[in-house]
Design a binder for this molecule. Structure first.
Ligand SMILES: [Zn+2]
Length: 396
């Protein structure tokens, strides 16, 4: 990862650039005098606003490149002007639709395939990986996104004057000043001193969630690592508190929603919410993307079919060539840190969760088991979890 260290140049404004990037406003990147090329504009894709897109279009002759998070996927060139004349406004329908479509790409680079048909030629052309040659800008975008816990994707475009000439040297700083934009230099993002922390999660939205257990505060968090959106239910005041009652619940569609008897997930979810609601404070993190211990829904269904043929839950995953447990709890630790939790009492039968949280910097003071009732369908599964995965369960 490229680290950011605070500016050695009076003219650059790292704090302003971070704020602008977070808010989807343009950041001006000065050219590196050691390399050919002029100045450019960077705008975060995830928070891209219509006014920022139209500003970029106006000052780049309508030639805008979209750097996607997954560099192996395609980058996109947008041509948002006829013959480089970007003085006329975009058609209103396109001006309204485009930021929405582009923002969606921040977490779904593969969706670029559909963008051309959604927006239509001649505005967009797709270009393969590597053909967006912006080495400095790519590094700067990655560092800004990493510092802010945002998706590593942005608009990148060269700055032109009204005569179609690329802005060079001091002209770039003058452009930033005249438009009140933050200016960065590629050297502002190099070296390892004063590195800013790189959170793996971002809090996106908050509301109340009344439930049959009581009223929780619900946050939507997203993972910078894989784009998964997690539901976080907070009970009472956890900020700055120790030994907060915490459940990390891995998503299980069949057990949580459909009443499946094949596993104990739904019961553990209900029991955990009820215990948290009976405590002074607590947190339930509902971890999306954890289906089938991280192998995904369709693989879980395949594993179920193998279990009906006699394999246990561990051997079924192995037979499919998949990990027995592919889940990461790093994001859960970061979410707890973000909420101000100082240490946890963990509601879990799984010793791995305790170890993973502790490794990721969240102390676990104690582990409290959540013992579900067994039934004819899940007793073998529970015994396998005890014998082969070390779960703390009273079944033999
Ligand atoms: Zn389950």
């Amino acid at each position: 990862m490229t680290n950011i260290h605070h500016g050695q140049r009076e003219c650059t404004d790292l704090a302003g650039a971070l704020t602008a990037f977070r808010e989807g406003a343009p950041v001006v990147l000065a050219p590196d005098p050691r390399r050919p090329g002029g100045g450019c504009l960077l705008v975060a894709l995830e928070t891209l606003r219509a006014d920022a897109l139209s500003f970029a279009r106006r000052h780049t002759h309508g030639l805008i490149s979209v750097l996607l998070r997954d560099r192996q996927q395609q980058g996109i060139h947008l041509f948002l002007a006829n013959d480089g004349d970007a003085s006329e406004a975009l058609e209103p329908a396109l001006a309204a639709a485009l930021p929405v479509l582009l923002r969606a790409l921040a977490h779904d680079p593969a969706g670029a395939q559909h963008l051309a048909s959604d927006v239509g030629a001649p505005f967009i052309s797709l270009s393969g990986a590597g053909s967006l040659s912006w080495p400095d800008s790519e590094q700067v975008v990655s560092a800004l996104a990493s510092c802010l816990g945002m998706a590593d994707a942005a608009l990148i475009c060269s700055l032109f004057d009204d005569n179609g000439r690329c802005l060079q040297g001091d002209e770039v700083a003058a452009f930033a000043t005249s438009h009140g934009l933050a200016l960065l230099h590629p050297d502002d993002l190099d070296g390892d001193e004063h590195a800013l922390p790189a959170p793996r999660v971002q809090r996106l939205a908050t509301s109340r969630l009344p439930t049959r257990h009581g009223e929780f505060t619900m946050h939507a968090f997203s993972s910078v690592v894989d784009g998964a959106e997690h539901a976080v239910l907070v009970w009472g005041d956890v900020d700055g508190h120790d030994e907060v009652l915490v459940r990390l619940h891995s998503e299980c569609l069949t057990g949580d929603v459909l009443g499946s008897l094949r596993c104990d997930c739904g019961t553990q979810l209900e029991m955990s919410l009820s215990r948290i609601a009976a405590a002074p404070c607590g947190v339930l993190i509902y971890l999306r993307g954890h289906e089938g211990r991280g192998i995904g829904f369709s693989h879980k269904v395949r594993a179920y079919a193998l279990q009906d043929d006699g394999l246990d839950t561990v051997d079924a995953n192995v037979a499919l060539g998949l990990p027995v447990d592919a889940r990461s709890f790093d994001c859960a630790a970061d979410i707890l840190l973000n909420l101000g939790v100082r240490s946890v009492s963990l509601l879990s039968n799984n010793p791995r969760k305790k170890a993973e949280l502790a490794r990721a910097g969240m102390p676990v003071v104690r582990v409290l088991s959540v013992v579900p009732p067994s039934n004819g369908e899940n007793v073998r599964y529970l015994i396998t979890k005890k014998k082969r995965m070390g779960h703390d369960l009273p079944f033999d």
